[in-house]
Ligand binder design. Structure first.
Ligand code: PMP
Length: 455
């Protein structure tokens, strides 16, 4: 009835409809626009498509160059690279964009075999398997690991007696995989080893042998860096609990592999965890490596089992060869096997850029989530109604920032999610900070006193 609500959702719509459909439509014009460039430190955002006077289909595209704080291009490989790009072009000419075949037929090129060996060596596991999509890696592998789906079994039928214990803030691809597995699912409070232990204790006794308990398999699923929180996993403590209760660990390193750790080997390297203590290491190639696809790295037996039984390996066309070549080349740069020290420089740069940006935002009075060294840094807006103004104003001042709200976050915990890259220059970062500070004042999201006022 209120005049203020005119044009907004009728009350009969559910909250989800309101925020995802109505509000989302209203913010489409902030970042939900086509991009006309590589997702590098700057991107060309399409301003508008305009038809000519005769209303023919001919379109003019106006683009604006913006500083890009929205892509997962952590090491800057998602742009022309002096080592990677020529090799990717060569692989495109040699192999074409597609293998046009599944892995078990003609879809395993020399590149696929090389990439799997290299990924295993890089992440510190005996073997690895790759998939065409990071999302599918989680959603297709978790059901297979739980024994629900394989080529030998019907995907219907009863649960196989597995238990998945998942962090409350795990990514949707994990949630989907867990649901599809038919296993019993329990969640534990975000990043809380003590609550994980409580949940485990409800199910089994400490030290109970795997053969003498009601669950055929228990898997604890966590992420290396939480994508909406920018927070590092409390991995050493979580592993200690898993060992105590003899539960398997599944670690999604989508945002951490390549981006953190002295040599880019992710959260295990940064927190001093032995990779032998993580049973399943999952990651994607879409972030630090600037490519497409995902991987699972584990023991030789598990990888062999997945190769024989996982429908997404057996029935899906394999990764595009140029994307595989990009994975190989970028990992070689990170390892210094391209003959330069650019990999080490990129790693130093992303750490310095991330720590500088995070501390400057905090000094300005923003509430910034996440840990030091993490290139993912959400700025809390809280009220989802602040999204359009924040996003549009930043874009108007040529800074492109992704904003996220329900259902990707809890309803009243809307945020702007900044992703820092090694390709950002100090100048890019300073200019962005000036813009974010001005827009922050305008929108009213500096929830803490600015640093010099505190003193
Ligand atoms: N896991 C996590 C934690 C993610 O954040 C994402 C997507 N950003 C995925 C898996 C899916 O990966 P992709 O986008 O490469 O399909």
């Amino acid at each position: 009835k209120s005049k203020d609500l005119k044009g907004y959702a009728p009350i009969c719509l559910g909250l989800e409809d309101f925020y995802t459909r109505r509000l989302y439509l209203r913010i489409q014009d902030c970042f939900g626009r086509p991009i006309a460039s590589a997702p590098d430190s700057r991107i060309d955002v399409v301003e508008r498509f305009s038809t000519d006077n005769n209303k023919t289909l001919q379109r003019t595209i106006n683009t604006t160059s913006c500083i890009n704080l929205g892509s997962y291009n952590y090491l800057g490989f998602a742009a022309a690279d002096e080592y990677c790009t020529p090799l990717v072009i060569e692989s495109l000419k040699k192999y074409s964009p597609s293998t046009c075949s599944v892995r078990v037929d003609g879809g395993t090129t020399k590149l696929h075999a090389e990439a799997e060996e290299l990924v295993a060596r890089f992440v510190g596991k005996p073997a690895a398997i790759t998939f065409g999509m990071g999302y599918v890696t989680n959603s297709a592998i978790i059901p297979v690991l739980m024994g629900k789906v394989s080529v030998f079994q019907s995907s219907f039928g009863k649960s196989q007696g597995g238990l998945i214990i998942s962090d409350t803030l795990n990514h949707n691809s994990i949630v989907n995989g867990a649901r599809a597995s038919g296993a019993t699912i329990r969640v534990f409070q975000h990043n809380s080893p003590s609550h994980l232990e409580e949940v485990l204790r409800e199910q089994i006794a400490e030290g109970q042998p795997r053969t003498h308990r009601p669950w055929k398999k228990i898997i604890v699923v966590v992420e290396g860096i939480y994508s909406m929180e920018g927070e590092l996993c409390n991995l050493p403590e979580i592993i200690a609990v898993c060992k105590k209760y003899k539960a398997y660990t599944y670690l999604d390193e989508a945002h951490s592999i390549g981006a953190i750790g002295k040599t880019g080997r992710g959260v295990c390297e940064l927190l001093g965890v032995d990779t032998a203590d993580v049973d399943i290491m999952m990651g994607t190639f879409t972030k630090s490596f600037g490519s497409c696809g995902g991987y699972i790295a584990a023991s030789k037996e598990i990888i062999q089992y997945l190769k024989y039984t996982c429908p997404a390996h057996i029935y899906a066309t394999s990764m595009s060869p140029p994307a595989v070549q990009q994975v190989i080349s970028s990992i070689k740069v990170i390892l210094g096997e391209d003959g330069s020290n650019r990999g080490a420089q990129k790693l130093t740069c992303i750490r310095e850029n991330s720590n500088f940006f995070r501390s400057e935002l905090k000094k300005m009075g923003f509430e910034v989530l996440g840990d030091n060294d993490s290139p993912v840094m959400p700025i809390m807006l809280y009220n989802p109604a602040k999204i359009p103004a924040f996003s549009r104003e930043c874009l108007r001042q040529n800074v492109a920032i992704v904003t996220v709200a329900f259902p990707a976050t809890p309803l009243l915990l809307a945020r702007a999610r900044i992703c820092i890259s090694a390709s950002h220059t100090r100048e890019d970062l300073i200019k962005s900070l000036e813009v974010i500070s001005r827009v922050g004042d305008l929108v009213g999201i500096k929830y803490f006193p600015v640093e010099n006022e505190k003193a």
